[in-house]
Design a protein around this ligand. Structure first.
Ligand code: 13P
Length: 248
């Protein structure tokens, strides 16, 4: 069922504190929408708080990353997918552009993270997207194809990908409808050719999604949801985006 709704997921990034989170989570508890599957990716220390407050809600809680290392061991500072599952997580973002940029995460490491997530029954949401320079030089499809190649040989029936053009993240600049439609169609086509015709796909658009542009973005063909940064930090703004989820 969730694989046939639009996914409206929030990425808190490195934001929050226990008091603000409590208010935000309480505000989200009552939010629902027949067409939307809702999730939030919290910083690691707040995951358990979110799981607790949202315990009897259908809202998914997840993290923004997981370790490339499996289970446990001498990896100071790392958090394994096993631990995330143990704390009640449902999903994990993999390869967000900020991790690719600041931590130089590339396919080899990202594939380990995807494998660890899946081994622990967490849904990985693979984030892809080109920089402005790459788009200006006409490389956007090639870049995204290379990022999607991390899925080669993966044996799953369902896959979730977030298309987040780097130049649209946190900038207030949203990709236009033609750019979004073309890239989402390309991602669907690529995934079907990599993973086989029977795979069920969710492609979320991310990058400056807000209450004012959500309706237009969510109505674009092959946009199966949104990954929301800044606007997911306020319950009313996030709820207003959720209210625009479309029947597919
Ligand atoms: P903004 O919505 O703040 O642009 O962030 C998008 C994003 O990076 C979500 O993962």
């Amino acid at each position: 069922m969730i694989w046939h709704k639009q996914w409206i997921f929030g990425n808190w990034k490195m934001n929050g504190n226990q008091a603000d989170n409590a208010a935000l989570l309480q505000g989200l508890r009552s939010v629902s929408h027949d067409n939307a599957h809702i999730g939030i990716a919290t910083p690691f220390p707040y995951l358990s708080q979110a799981v607790q407050v949202l315990a009897d809600s259908p809202i998914w809680v997840g993290s923004q990353d997981c370790s490339q290392f499996a289970e446990k061991g001498a990896y100071t500072g790392e958090v394994s997918a096993t631990m995330l599952k143990d704390c009640g997580a449902n999903f994990v973002l993999i390869g967000h552009s900020e991790r690719r940029t600041y931590f130089n995460e590339q396919n080899q490491i990202l594939r380990k993270k995807i494998d660890n997530a899946l081994a622990n029954d967490l849904i990985p949401i693979l984030c892809v997207g080109e920089t402005l320079e790459q788009r200006q030089s006409g490389q956007e499809m090639a870049v995204v194809a290379e990022q999607l190649a991390v899925l080669q040989g993966l044996s799953v029936n369902h896959i979730a990908v977030a298309y987040e053009p780097v130049w649209a993240i946190g900038t207030g600049v949203v990709a236009n409808a033609e750019q979004i439609a073309a890239m989402h169609a390309f991602i669907h086509k690529e995934i079907l050719s990599i993973m086989g015709e029977n795979v069920t796909i969710r492609t979320l658009y991310g990058g400056s999604v807000n209450a004012n542009n959500a309706a237009d973005i969510l109505s674009i063909d092959k946009v199966n949801g949104a990954l929301v940064g800044g606007a997911s930090l306020k319950a009313d703004a996030f709820s207003a985006i959720i209210a625009n989820a479309q029947t597919e």
